[in-house]
Design a protein around this ligand. Structure first.
Ligand SMILES: *[C@@H]1O[C@H](CO)[C@@H](O)[C@H](O)[C@H]1NC(C)=O
Ligand SMILES: *[C@@H]1O[C@H](CO)[C@@H](O)[C@H](O)[C@H]1NC(C)=O
Ligand SMILES: *[C@@H]1O[C@H](CO)[C@@H](O)[C@H](O)[C@H]1NC(C)=O
Length: 433
């Protein structure tokens, strides 16, 4: 089997096969309807880099990845049609957070990328040409596996289905990759919950390196998504706590279903008809220190025509604000740090300091909900040297981005609840362990 592009993208593609499973911290089982969430760089992740990267290298890598992610999200918003099982032409390069899922009978464990902005559900299958060398799903070893035929109603929900033999198959482009998959069904087990007859894509062939090594668990809310297929069980409700990537040994959790912690505060969850699987919220203002900064309302508002607005996303690392919003926040931040302190830049971060600083707080003000971010969620510190950067950035202007994206670094160590039936998103501080 060909191992794609090993030398050109060392961070994400040098695998240390199943090494994580030898670490006792990684063997704890998922229970109830709660799955452990691992950072992709965690010692438990088989996708962690084998070579330690310098702080600057990691930051620059993560930023480069975000750039692709923003392109992907912008393409979703710009796109006309709602494509169900695997959405969009551009997609994330690699996951940030992964969860364990078990497919088939007897079950086979795969580590799926978790992505709230995607409805996709697919895994590489045995014999896949061009997939990662990490163990794929073996349909032949599962007694509950079945291919879906062209006549199956689900086949009408995938983009451009074709019939090869009697099987329903589809092709799509995924970032720099192409994917050819069959639509199949098997039993899926999440934590201890069995989900019989789960419909997903079984990848037969890929080109390029964008496809997550063991598949994708989309937590979007479109047709054929996990939420759509588990209505009775989970009632389109889930929450997560994302562990900080500073404490890689920590795991977070993904809690599925209506039984959720109750100490959250809420803001309405909005739906944009242009991209119904994204989780929009109403960001009304941003406070730096005690000052509400001056942002033109249009930079924050939901606009169903353009797709503009603010989303929560688990796959982007650093929060992106559209230009006028970012500039206003950054300028006030710099003013509060002090005019005498020299500002430097690092990659896409334009507000970095090489001396210790006292940073103001940043509060995201949503309808009915203020979230004051802990310092660890707004500053990144070099572990060697002494560089500190404001971990926010302007949305890239070359992709015509109209989205503000509340990204995973800013969500770390918070419980974030997506309550679709009640159209609300909840947030509470929580240390993920
Ligand atoms: C889908 O991709 C496969 C593998 O690359 C190719 O053989 C097939 O012709 C493609 N089908 C369509 C409809 O493009
Ligand atoms: C993570 O856990 C491993 C194994 O228990 C331990 O050796 C290592 O020092 C820990 N790393 C950190 C950063 O805590
Ligand atoms: C959020 O903060 C603003 C300004 O400090 C305040 O006026 C408002 O009442 C707060 N909203 C909530 C829901 O606490």
């Amino acid at each position: 089997m060909k191992i794609p592009l090993l030398l050109t993208t060392p961070l994400f593609l040098l695998f240390s096969l199943v090494q994580g499973y030898n670490n006792p911290n990684c063997d704890t089982q998922d229970h109830g309807s709660t799955l452990q969430v691992f950072h992709v760089f965690s010692p438990c992740s088989p996708f962690k880099p084998t070579k330690a990267l310098s702080w600057e290298e990691s930051v620059l890598q993560l930023q480069a990845k975000d750039q692709l992610r923003m392109q992907y999200l912008s393409s979703l918003v710009a796109g006309r049609s709602v494509v169900p099982i695997a959405s969009g032409r551009q997609i994330i390069q690699n996951p940030t957070y992964i969860v364990r899922a078990r497919f088939g009978t007897p079950s086979q464990t795969l580590l799926l990328a978790m992505d709230t902005s995607n409805d996709a559900a697919w895994v590489p299958c045995t014999g896949c040409v061009g997939c990662s060398p990490i163990t794929p799903f073996a349909p032949a070893k599962s007694i509950t596996f079945r291919n879906l035929g062209c006549g199956a109603p689900q086949c009408k929900q995938v983009p451009n289905p074709t019939c090869s033999g009697s099987a329903c198959s589809f092709n799509l482009t995924y970032g720099s990759s192409t994917v050819a998959a069959n639509l199949v069904q098997d039993r899926l087990t999440l934590a201890t919950d069995p989900i019989p007859g789960y419909t997903f894509g079984c990848i037969q062939q890929t080109t390029g390196s964008s496809v997550p090594a063991q598949g994708l668990l989309g937590l979007g809310r479109g047709p054929l998504s996990l939420l759509a297929q588990t209505q009775n069980l989970y009632q389109s409700t889930f929450s997560y706590c994302l562990p900080s990537f500073k404490t890689l040994n920590f795991t977070g959790s993904l809690r599925l279903g209506p039984v959720q912690p109750n100490k959250l505060r809420f803001t309405p969850l909005l739906k944009n008809p242009r991209r119904s699987s994204l989780y929009y919220v109403n960001l009304v203002a941003i406070k730096v220190g005690r000052k509400i900064v001056d942002i033109p309302p249009a930079a924050l508002a939901l606009n169903p025509t353009t797709g503009a607005g603010t989303i929560f996303d688990s796959g982007t690392v650093f929060t992106r604000l559209v230009q006028p919003a970012y500039i206003a926040v950054r300028n006030e931040f710099r003013r509060r740090v002090g005019r005498k302190v020299t500002v430097t830049s690092l990659g896409g971060f334009d507000t970095c300091y090489t001396v210790p600083i006292v940073a103001p707080t940043i509060t995201l003000m949503f309808s009915g909900l203020n979230v004051t971010l802990p310092q660890d969620n707004i500053l990144i510190h070099s572990t060697v040297g002494s560089t500190t950067c404001l971990a926010l950035a302007a949305a890239p202007d070359n992709v015509n981005s109209v989205l503000n994206v509340i990204a995973n670094m800013q969500q770390q160590n918070h419980r974030v609840l997506f309550d679709v039936p009640n159209s609300r998103l909840g947030v509470a501080r929580e240390v993920c362990t």
